[in-house]
Design a protein around this ligand. Structure first.
Ligand SMILES: C[S@@+](CC[C@H](N)C(=O)[O-])C[C@H]1O[C@@H](n2cnc3c(N)ncnc32)[C@H](O)[C@@H]1O
Length: 376
């Protein structure tokens, strides 16, 4: 490991330890927030290579343009329904989705008036800006980075790929006396796990999920998910909210066999289950409980209307027609490999799901020919 990277991790560990010293204990969610997003030091904020072959993981938009070109087919009729529509992307990563979807929408004559990006990582924002600058001006000039959640009314689409899985989670376990919350203490310079009671507001959020779990079951949830969604969607007057991510509906998420939760870390394309190693140098993530996400959107008056697998979604949007059979063999081979990664059940096809909700938007959203709302 190079010295600069090792120093970043040490500085972050020092900061976490200092915060624990000040407060006595911190929640796992706070630890995860610092490990991922602490300005200048966290995994997403310190300028490390995260995406792609030399990074730690690959996302659908980073495999190539097929994902964004399919999504454009779903977005086009929604955007075309409004005057001056906005496409708001949460957590735009390296900016590939933004660039590819704008090119595809341009080809369909369905460009949004504005493309807003809301990104928490200053480092990734810089990478996004570089990619967007390389677009033709009639596309790049539509892209704006928001400093905080939208504060003006808009019609259009709110979209995020692999953003919800990157939100910090509270870890809990069931005991004979109710749920307990994972907290971290500092024991002779080492992080030590302890179980404590939840404060009332979080206990209520957990109780609302109405889970029936056996004693000893460990899992996680995104705290204040409703508030987060409210901030993003409260000024959406009409349109669609869509999330793509790995996860399950509650029956699968809280399956008896998943009794150690879904938290996982990624470093150099290998998964591990130890969030306390390589702090700031590895991704920490949890699968999405889509029932929780759908419930919170419903509470905000959004009409949850579509839930399906990434494979079914992309196939119903005609993914195979993006393969150019007349292309030279190496190009054709690359295209087929990309399509397989996106849709095979052993790759991203089944593990990833698409959840959509509407507000004041009556037309159906392309891509949900097979709808599995009953799995929520
Ligand atoms: C796993 S990456 C996915 C990036 C990109 N969407 C893709 O598919 O390649 C998660 C992204 O979400 C961003 N992010 C995490 N929490 C966020 C939040 N609360 N608001 C906006 N962006 C967030 C991260 O900085 C990062 O850009």
């Amino acid at each position: 490991m190079n010295e600069r990277i090792e120093n970043l991790s040490l500085a972050l560990q020092h900061k976490i330890t200092q915060e624990i010293k000040q407060k006595g204990l911190i929640s796992f969610a706070r630890f995860m927030e610092m490990a991922l997003y602490e300005p200048g030091l966290g995994y997403y904020s310190a300028g490390l290579k995260k995406f792609g072959r030399e990074g730690d993981f690959v996302t659908s938009p980073e495999l190539g343009s097929q994902f964004a070109r399919c999504l454009a087919r779903s977005f086009a009729p929604v955007l075309s329904a409004y005057d001056a529509p906005v496409l708001l992307e949460l957590g735009a990563g390296q900016g590939s989705f933004c660039c590819d979807v704008l090119r595809a929408l341009d080809g369909m004559d369905a460009l949004p008036e504005s493309y807003w990006i809301l990104e928490v990582s200053a480092d990734l924002k810089h990478v996004q800006q570089q990619q967007v600058e390389a677009l033709p001006p009639h596309l790049s000039q539509r892209v704006h980075w928001l400093a905080s959640v939208p504060d003006q009314s808009f019609d259009g689409i709110v979209f995020g790929n692999e953003v919800v899985d990157a939100l910090p989670v509270e870890v809990f376990q069931t005991t004979a006396v109710g749920y307990q919350r994972l907290m971290l203490a500092n024991q002779a310079g080492q992080l030590q796990e302890q179980w404590h009671d939840f404060p009332d507001h979080l206990a209520q959020q957990l109780a609302q999920k109405q889970l029936e779990l056996p004693e000893g079951y460990r899992s996680e949830f995104v705290p204040n998910l409703g508030l987060w969604l409210k901030g993003i969607t409260q000024h959406l007057r009409a349109g669609v909210v869509m999330w793509v991510d790995y996860g399950y509906g509650a029956p699968q998420f809280h399956h008896p066999q998943r009794n150690q939760g879904t938290l996982v870390c990624h470093q150099r394309h290998e998964a591990n289950f130890n969030p306390y190693q390589s702090i700031g140098l590895q991704d920490i993530t949890a699968f999405v409980d889509f029932t929780h996400l759908a419930h919170e959107m419903d509470q905000l008056g959004l009409d949850v209307c579509g839930f399906t697998t990434q494979a079914d979604f992309l196939m119903s949007l005609g993914l195979p027609d993006l393969i150019d059979e007349a292309a030279p063999y190496d190009v054709y081979f690359h295209q087929v490999s990309e399509m397989k990664r996106l849709v095979l059940p052993t790759e991203m096809g089944e593990k990833f799901k698409v959840l959509a909700a509407t507000r004041n938007h009556k037309a159906t959203i392309p891509g949900f020919d097979s709808n599995r709302l009953f799995d929520l």
